[in-house]
Design a protein around this ligand. Structure first.
Ligand SMILES: Nc1ncnc2c1ncn2[C@@H]1O[C@H](COP(=O)(O)OP(=O)(O)OP(=O)(O)O)[C@@H](O)[C@H]1O
Ligand SMILES: [Mg+2]
Length: 415
């Protein structure tokens, strides 16, 4: 039996819980999956703790039943747009007499890098090592077991706004689950959908969900830019609802069943008939009209992304192209054609390549599991949330740790 990791993807449309088993070769298998509609999160921010907690409880229960395991702790996500990235360095003297670098040294050097002044309304949520330097020799990815006197690290300190972070943590804690780490969404999602080469050469990852579009640029193996556009799949449904005068629910249904992202693919003679429950008449919708509405909104999203990366002067860093993921646009036929036309770059669709989770809506969940696995077993970060010991919601929940207590770090000293 491999290591078990649980991730909770807190999205605008759904809470998705994944329990994964990861073997020693890093192969991931999803053994528990739970998905529940969520009304408590809007654009990545908790607006209703009670509703969010209830969705989490429901999704956790489904995943637990499937895996026959009780979840005690999980990694969660925060949209890239609500986080900041600060480049920093850390340095220490190697402690061992024989100068062999241990996990303890890595913890200390990462720790030393977190001593940085951050704005009052921010808090550190993650430290991403980009390279280690041993006695001046750089580009070292894993220093453990190597020999040296001076160990340095080049890293990105990720901070998140205190309010968003605390509300996310509280919603999870109230469902009786401890937060092991809050992961910046694009860092997680990229683990599930991007290749190492893409990240090295330069790629734009675009996660279009229900409430938000998260865009991020990876180059030289690291995240160099991230932004959030508050327009996504929900807006497409809204446009259909307003444009064709049909209720939201039916709009969502016809979007999913008959939507096309590119007008040239639609046919005038294809007519969709709908009978909304609340209206006593049949509404006829022409496939071309539907495609026009969808194409217009997606074009707007793509244009916003394109102008953003042009204005920031980073478009020419993208050598491989654009990878689209999330449920917001990936299911539409014609999306790659529309994307290539607007970006003037190759576009591909990204989704996890894991049995049981091969859908673009699962990219963040699978990414959280993979990223969390790296953090939990190779690095050093763990959260310490005292509150969840008092969970009122789940009977029989115990806060005992099942794994790796030795890597625990008390973050309170920084917060
Ligand atoms: N078959 C489909 N065709 C078109 N759109 C779809 C389809 N299935 C799901 N969607 C859309 O995908 C969106 C949900 O995507 P996703 O699950 O990635 O979002 P989320 O993670 O909940 O939200 P966010 O990331 O914005 O917080 C919704 O707008 C939904 O309408
Ligand atoms: Mg999402």
């Amino acid at each position: 039996m491999g290591d078990l990791i649980t991730a909770i993807d807190l999205g605008t449309s759904k809470v998705c819980v994944m329990i994964a088993e990861i073997d020693e070769k890093g192969k991931t298998q999803i053994i528990g999956l739970g998905k529940s509609p969520c009304k408590g999160i809007k654009k990545g921010i908790v607006v209703d703790i009670e509703a969010t907690t209830n969705s989490i409880l429901e999704a956790v229960e489904q995943a637990e039943n499937m895996a026959d395991i009780e979840v005690e702790e999980a990694f969660i996500n925060i949209p890239g747009g609500y986080t900041n990235l600060i480049k920093n360095k850390g340095v220490i003297a190697v402690s061992n007499e024989d100068r062999e670098i241990t996990m303890e040294d890595v913890k200390r050097v990462l720790n030393s890098a977190t001593i940085v002044s951050i704005p009052q309304d921010q808090r550190i949520i993650d430290v991403v090592p980009n390279q280690y330097i041993i006695d001046g020799y750089d580009e070292i990815k894993d220093p453990i077991g190597m020999v040296g006197i001076r160990l340095e690290v080049d890293c990105d300190i990720i901070t998140g706004s205190v309010t968003s972070v605390l509300n996310l943590v509280r919603s999870v804690n109230r469902s009786g689950i401890e937060v092991l780490g809050i992961i910046m969404e694009p860092l997680a999602t990229s683990e599930a959908v991007l290749t190492r080469d893409e990240k090295e050469l330069g790629v734009l990852l675009v996660d279009i969900g229900s409430g938000t579009t998260d865009l991020s640029l990876f180059k030289h193996g690291r995240l160099i830019y991230s932004n959030l556009i508050p327009v996504a799949g929900n807006h497409i449904t809204n446009d259909i609802s307003v444009g064709l005068r049909i209720p939201f629910k039916e709009s969502e249904d016809i979007k999913k069943k008959h939507g096309l992202a590119y007008v040239p693919l639609a046919k005038e003679e294809n007519v969709i008939e709908i009978k909304p429950i609340s209206i006593d008449e049949t509404i006829k919708v022409n496939e071309v009209n539907l495609a026009q509405i969808i194409e217009a909104r997606i074009s707007e999203i793509f244009e916003l992304i394109n102008s953003d990366i042009i204005n920031k002067g980073i478009k020419n860093e993208i050598l491989t192209g654009v990878v689209l993921t999330g449920g917001g646009v990936n299911y539409f036929n014609g999306i790659k054609e529309l994307g290539s036309k607007i970006f003037g770059l190759p576009v591909r669709l990204g989704q996890p390549n894991i049995i049981g989770a091969k859908e673009p809506i699962f990219s963040t969940g699978v990414g959280l599991v993979n990223y969390g696995y790296k953090r939990k077993f190779n690095y050093y970060i763990e959260y310490n949330n005292v509150e969840n010991k008092n969970s009122k919601h789940r009977k029989g929940f115990s806060t005992s740790k099942n794994v790796m207590n030795f890597i625990k770090k008390i973050w309170d000293e920084y917060f």
